[in-house]
Design a binder for this molecule. Structure first.
Ligand code: ZN
Length: 197
């Protein structure tokens, strides 16, 4: 196994990376840094707690970008579908509001990527947080913030495709106001990943 050694940008202690990971986690000071446009940048993150009944075997943390977006539907004729539901839920005449979009930061196969981005965006997960990984494995991150922000539009289009309404064309605007990483607890099994919240 190839082990890469880098220094933590905050406390300067060495970090030993056993796998290729976009996120450099320092277990000494608990910070995560990432390389963004050639620059090393600290990223805010949360670690969600496992459900108590989760068996210790096959526990894994999967990183997601949680993007706080300002989502505005511009089309006047939106009935049904996800955007229609959104439009009704958003108060006021301008049909805009805050939407949390979840983008997997780990490399997932396309069906799993679609499934988890859609489900977590429609039903935002609720969880308690903890301060460390407690020895649980974590999936390496493959997607940086810029890439996640670019993927937010893909997720929005996918949401509409999953629950199609009568929207003739997608006319909306989406602005990302905040990007944070959330490590969500999963159990990995031969049938795939199962959320353990
Ligand atoms: Zn450190």
């Amino acid at each position: 196994m190839k082990v890469t050694q880098v220094k933590c940008p905050k406390c300067e202690l060495p970090l030993y990376m056993e796998q290729q990971d976009e996120f450099f986690y320092c277990s000494h000071c608990g910070t995560i840094h990432t390389r963004e446009m050639q620059r090393v940048e600290r990223i805010p993150y949360e670690i969600a707690d496992f459900r108590d009944s989760t068996p210790a075997d096959n526990r894994i943390y999967v990183p997601f970008w949680r993007l706080l977006t300002d989502f505005r539907i511009k089309s006047q004729d939106v009935r049904g579908g996800f955007f229609g539901k959104m439009g009704q839920a958003l108060k006021g005449g301008d049909r805009g509001g805050a939407l949390y979009i979840f983008v997997p930061a780990a490399h997932l196969e396309t069906p799993a990527f679609r499934y988890w981005s859609v489900n977590l965006t429609i039903n935002n997960p609720r969880y308690g947080t903890r301060n460390d990984f407690g020895g649980t494995k974590r999936m390496p991150a493959a997607t940086n913030r810029e890439e996640a922000i670019e993927l937010a539009d893909f997720v929005a289009v996918t949401l509409e495709a999953e629950k199609p309404g009568t929207l003739q064309y997608l006319d909306y605007s989406l602005t990302v106001n905040e990007a944070k990483v959330v490590y969500l607890p999963f159990v990995s099994s031969p049938s795939g990943l199962h959320l353990a919240l």
